[in-house]
Design a protein around this ligand. Structure first.
Ligand SMILES: Cc1ncc(COP(=O)(O)O)c(C=O)c1O
Length: 385
């Protein structure tokens, strides 16, 4: 163990700077309330989960999972290109290509793997990838893994992106954005990006991680009404869908190229067919229970208005992700711990996830939070501030 003293030195330094991260163990299922393990097991109201529609414990999903286990067992036990492609994968991909109105769709084991596969494989050597400065780490790492040049733009300065597109000639240019930004809870200006894409002949990629299921009359995401204008959709399934994995919906050539060249697709075991069964039922629930989306929007609006009137800095949030921006990492840790003592679980988000000086609590509301729970959280925050 002594060999690793150098690691402990850095871990200690992180501790002193309020930047050390630790795992917290939840004993119950995921919901607005959770039970924590520890010296004193306790119940907390959860305000930092992506279980936005509270589908994690939905009875229909449980039933579908149990039936799928009975039929298929659990694992796919091989990569997709060997013997891991099973009927639930094929059926779900077909369903997603229709859902996102694209020629084809392909499943991945995670949103991380999907972004890494897409950006690490599709842009070629003479291409250019333009990323929003706050795009998720998987998008950035995907671009870094690929062969194309990449640059970052600021979404609050559309002229800058226009200039980047004019000044940087490339065989193909890709613009890559999240639809709802995961740490700020604001949305991409899709109509502006679509206009730029057409004017400059670029390819537009939208990661709908935090919007799919939640936004749009059918829950297809922020791009629901402009799907024909978006070239490639990435939809991670571990958030509102309460499953794991991700799907990329795109023209057939993109999907075929990924199947042939994307290392995070080729060299990994296929997702479990049981996970496919869960996701398949979520697609039904999105149609059958639109009230979940409505409750989520109502809760989000209420939370934002209560926090704003408590004098909190919620940045530019317009969605169910509402940051409470606090500044230094230690302050975010202190507020998180104080809320924890009062029965709330809202973890602190610190650098490098967010830029230095903008540490925050990333508050995420769920469809099943009650007004009383939101009120109690906002009152506690007001007192602490
Ligand atoms: C915008 C965005 N894309 C991709 C991912 C990665 O998805 P996954 O958790 O399925 O790896 C996340 C996860 O937080 C995300 O916020």
């Amino acid at each position: 163990m002594e060999d690793f003293v150098f690691l402990n030195r850095e871990l200690d330094a992180m501790e002193k700077a309020g930047l050390r991260r630790r795992l917290l163990c939840i004993e119950s299922g995921q919901g607005p309330r959770v039970w924590l393990q520890g010296a004193e097991p306790s119940e907390k109201i959860l305000f930092c989960s992506n279980n936005y529609l509270n589908l994690a414990g939905h009875p229909k999903i449980k039933e579908a999972v149990i039936n799928a286990v009975r039929e298929y067992g659990y694992g796919a036990c091989s990569s997709r290109l060997i013997s891991g492609t099973m009927e639930p994968h094929v059926a779900l991909e077909k369903r997603f290509s229709a859902f996102f109105q694209k020629e084809s769709a392909l499943l991945f084991n995670s949103g991380w793997a999907a972004n890494e596969a897409l950006l690490g494989t599709i842009p070629q050597k003479d291409d250019l990838v333009l990323l929003d400065r706050f795009d998720h780490a998987s998008i950035l790492d995907g671009a870094m893994a690929g062969r194309a040049r990449f640059k970052r733009y600021r979404r609050d300065d559309p002229d800058y992106l226009d200039t980047l597109l004019s000044e940087n000639q490339a065989a193909q240019t890709f613009i890559v954005t999240e639809s709802i930004f995961s740490m700020d809870g604001d949305t991409a200006n899709l109509s502006n990006l679509i206009e730029l894409k057409h004017r400059h002949g670029a390819i537009l990629v939208v990661d709908e991680a935090h919007a799919v299921g939640c936004i749009g009359s059918q829950g297809k995401g922020l791009a629901e009404n402009v799907l024909d204008q978006i070239d490639i959709i990435v939809a991670p399934l571990g958030k509102a869908f309460a499953a794991t994995g991700a799907v990329i919906a795109a023209p057939q050539a993109v999907i075929d190229y990924l199947i042939n060249k994307a290392r995070p697709f080729i060299y990994t075991t296929a997702p479990s067919p049981v996970n496919c069964a869960a996701v398949d039922v979520v697609l039904d629930i999105l149609q059958e229970e639109p009230q979940r989306r409505m409750r989520l929007q109502d809760n989000a609006e209420y939370l934002r208005s209560q926090l704003a009137s408590a004098g909190a800095d919620i940045g530019r949030s317009t969605t169910h992700i509402v940051p409470l921006i606090l500044g230094e990492a230690q302050k975010a840790m202190d507020v998180s711990q104080a809320l924890f003592k009062q029965g709330f679980l809202v973890s602190a988000i610190r650098p490098p996830t967010v830029p230095p000086g903008s540490s925050r609590l990333r508050i995420s509301v769920q469809a099943d939070h009650t007004t009383e729970q939101i009120d109690r959280l906002c009152q506690a925050i007001q007192t602490l501030l």
